[in-house]
Design a binder for this molecule. Structure first.
Ligand code: B4P
Length: 191
């Protein structure tokens, strides 16, 4: 069984690489960003609240995203493990994930942290904004998302560093090159 976290700043390629990894390893993809966008699209009460927060580039409350993860894990595991994409984004989320996985007799095997400089992140997200119309991919919101990452999410790197699970990976290059770098690290861990 392989349980993987894809970690990195907004625009670092988490969602992009997750798509390739789920095919290769038959993993269940859990993206809190996608789950939240589904709530927004369905115009649920949660979605309406979440949209306002996401459009500012802030983090949705730990309570909400942890609850979403809990529900996903309850669906049971038909696949050979999970990819957590964009979660955890705070140390409290990381602690909650550990407890939830323990309850299900599982643990994280590896945290893949994609390293991309700020200029490249902004370039990628502005391009996606033009192509997809995602309302949080505008310069003001992108800048805030990167600041929020630095202040609230980066401390999560120490949490996993202490547990020897944290693996930085150069996230600049072609999508295929980065995928191969990730595969090389996955092959090194027991799963
Ligand atoms: P997310 O949906 O997680 O969005 P993201 O961080 O921007 O990354 P994403 O995975 O979509 O993009 P990727 O890097 O693959 O979060 C959105 C919002 O939801 C957050 O701001 C927050 O408000 C909320 N949220 C989500 N999770 C939360 C949590 N746990 N707690 C609280 N709030 C939460 O790709 C970006 C672009 O780069 C794409 O266009 C892609 O094509 C391109 N790209 C990828 N790899 C490339 C490469 N190698 N070269 C060139 N371009 C590349």
């Amino acid at each position: 069984m392989l349980n993987l976290i894809l970690f990195g700043p907004p625009g670092s390629g988490k969602g992009t690489q997750a798509e390739k990894l789920i095919d290769k390893y038959n993993l269940k993809h859990i993206s809190t960003g996608d789950l939240l966008r589904a709530e927004v699209a369905a115009q649920t009460e949660l979605g309406v609240k979440a949209k306002a927060i996401m459009d500012k580039g802030e983090l949705v409350s730990d309570e909400i995203v942890i609850g979403m993860i809990e529900n996903k894990l309850k669906e049971g595991k038909l696949e050979e493990g999970y990819i957590f994409d964009g979660f955890p984004r705070t140390v409290d989320q990381a602690r909650a994930l550990r407890n939830l996985l323990t309850d299900h007799g599982m643990e994280i095997n590896l945290v893949v942290a994609l390293q991309v400089d700020k200029e490249e992140l902004i370039k990628r997200l502005l391009k996606r904004g033009e192509e997809s119309g995602r309302t949080d991919d505008n310069l003001e919101t992108i800048t805030n998302r990167i600041n929020v990452y630095e202040n609230q999410t980066k401390p999560v790197t120490r949490y996993y560093g202490k547990r020897k699970l944290y693996q930085p990976i150069d996230g600049v290059g072609t999508i295929e090159e980065i995928f191969l770098r990730i595969l090389a690290e996955i092959e090194k861990v027991e799963h």
